[in-house]
Write a protein that binds this ligand. Structure first.
Ligand SMILES: Cc1cc2nc3c(=O)[nH]c(=O)nc-3n(C[C@H](O)[C@H](O)[C@H](O)COP(=O)(O)OP(=O)(O)OC[C@H]3O[C@@H](n4cnc5c(N)ncnc54)[C@H](O)[C@@H]3O)c2cc1C
Ligand code: FES
Length: 300
C-alpha cells in the first residue's frame, strides 16, 4: 500500500487493495479495502472517493459513504467497507473487481452526523441510502467509538472523535422498492434498537414508502428530544424534510450530489443552502457537507 499525504491534513490518499468483495442484495455490493489509518479516523457520515487503479474510464472518482469498519486478528482497525448499487460506469466496472485488485482511495472526507444527545434517533434510509446509517447507529448507542478516540494510533490529524452514547433509542426505517434490494438488514438488526422495513411492492415489511413508517413514529413520539437522520433519493429526502418540519423534529440529510474532486476544488458538487441571513448560497457538498440541516436546503 502506498501512502501520499495530501494538502488537507484531514484526509490521505492511498493506492490500496480490495480485501473482500461480495454481493449483498440485488445489484448491490459490499467492498472492503485495506486502510488502517482511514478506519481509525473516519466518522459516521463521512465518505471516501474511489477510483479503479490504472483505469481512466471513468476518469473521475466516485463518492461512497463509509458503511462499516473491520479489525484484524489482534483487534486493530485495518479496513473500511463501502456499499454500492450498480448504476453506471464506475459501479459497473467496480462490480467486476476481485479481492487483491488495486483501487485508489482518498478520504475520509466531509462532515459527520450530529452527536447532540437525544432520547430517540430516527434513521430514515431509502435504497442504498442505508450505507452511512450502520456506523451512526453504533456510535449513537455507544457500541463503538469513531475517530481519534477509537485507536491508539494518533498519527495524522483526523477530525474529532465520535463517542456515544448520545441516544437512548435508535430506530432504523429502511425502505426499498422490493425485498431483493434490501442490503445489510441483519447487521442493522444487531446494532439498532428497532428496524422497520418498508417495500413498495409489499414483499417485505410494511407495504408502502419509508415515509409511511416515519409518519407513524412521529405521530406517536413520546419525547420532544428526537432527531431524524436521512439519506436516499432526493425526492424522498425532500418528503422526509417536509414531514420533519411538520412535526417540528430536527432533521439532517446526507446529500449525494455528483462529485469530481471530493476535496473542495472543483465546485462540481454545489447545493443551494439557506444562510443565517435567509439568503441562499452555493455550498460544496464535499467539504461543507454532505450532511446538512434539512431546513437549510433549497429543495428544487
Ligand atoms: C457523499 C456521497 C456519498 C455517496 N455514497 C454512496 C454509497 O454509499 N453507495 C452508492 O451506491 N452511491 C453513493 N453515492 C453515489 C456515487 O458517488 C455515484 O454517483 C453512484 O455510485 C453512480 O456512479 P456510476 O459511475 O456507477 O454512475 P454514472 O455513470 O455516474 O451515472 C449513472 C446514472 O446515475 C446518475 N447519477 C450519477 N450520480 C448520481 C448521484 N449522486 N445522484 C443521483 N444520480 C446520479 C447519472 O446522472 C446517470 O443517469 C454517493 C454520493 C455522494 C456525493
Ligand atoms: S467535488 Fe470538487 S468541490 Fe466538491
Amino acid at each position: 500500500m502506498t501512502n501520499v499525504d495530501c494538502a488537507q491534513p484531514k484526509f490521505v490518499f492511498h493506492s490500496t487493495h480490495i480485501t473482500e468483495h461480495k454481493q449483498i442484495a440485488a445489484d448491490t455490493w459490499q467492498l472492503t479495502f485495506f486502510a488502517p489509518d482511514m478506519a481509525a479516523h473516519a466518522l459516521p457520515g463521512q465518505f471516501f472517493m474511489l477510483r479503479i487503479a490504472g483505469q481512466n474510464d471513468p476518469l473521475i472518482g466516485r463518492a461512497l459513504a463509509m458503511f462499516d469498519r473491520h479489525r484484524d486478528g489482534a483487534g486493530n482497525l485495518n479496513a473500511i467497507s463501502v456499499v454500492y448499487t450498480v448504476k453506471g460506469r464506475f459501479t459497473t466496472a467496480m462490480a467486476r473487481r476481485n479481492p487483491g485488485d488495486q483501487i485508489d482511495v482518498w478520504g475520509p472526507l466531509g462532515n459527520a452526523f450530529s452527536t447532540e444527545p437525544v432520547d430517540h434517533l430516527i434513521l430514515v434510509a431509502g435504497g442504498v441510502g442505508q450505507t452511512p446509517m450502520l456506523t451512526y447507529a453504533a456510535a449513537a448507542l455507544g457500541r463503538e467509538e469513531f475517530g481519534a478516540s477509537s485507536s491508539s494510533n494518533q498519527a495524522g490529524t483526523g477530525p474529532l472523535g465520535m463517542k456515544g452514547p448520545f441516544a437512548s433509542k435508535v430506530t432504523m426505517c429502511y425502505g426499498a422498492r422490493t425485498k431483493d434490494q434490501l442490503a445489510g438488514v441483519e447487521q442493522f438488526q444487531k446494532v439498532c434498537s428497532e428496524v422497520i422495513i418498508t417495500t413498495e411492492d409489499g414483499s417485505a415489511g410494511i407495504q408502502g414508502r419509508v415515509t409511511t413508517a416515519l409518519e407513524a413514529i412521529l405521530k406517536q413520539k413520546q419525547s420532544e428530544r428526537c432527531r431524524i437522520a436521512c439519506c436516499g433519493p432526493e425526492p424522498m429526502m425532500h418528503a422526509v424534510s417536509n414531514m420533519a418540519e411538520a412535526y417540528d423534529v430536527p432533521c439532517q440529510v446526507s446529500l449525494e450530489t455528483p462529485m469530481a474532486c471530493g476535496i473542495g476544488i472543483c465546485f462540481t458538487c454545489v447545493a443551494k443552502v439557506i444562510q443565517p441571513d435567509g439568503q441562499w448560497d452555493y455550498k460544496r457538498t464535499c467539504v461543507e457537507g454532505p450532511i446538512f440541516d434539512s431546513r437549510s436546503i433549497c429543495w428544487e
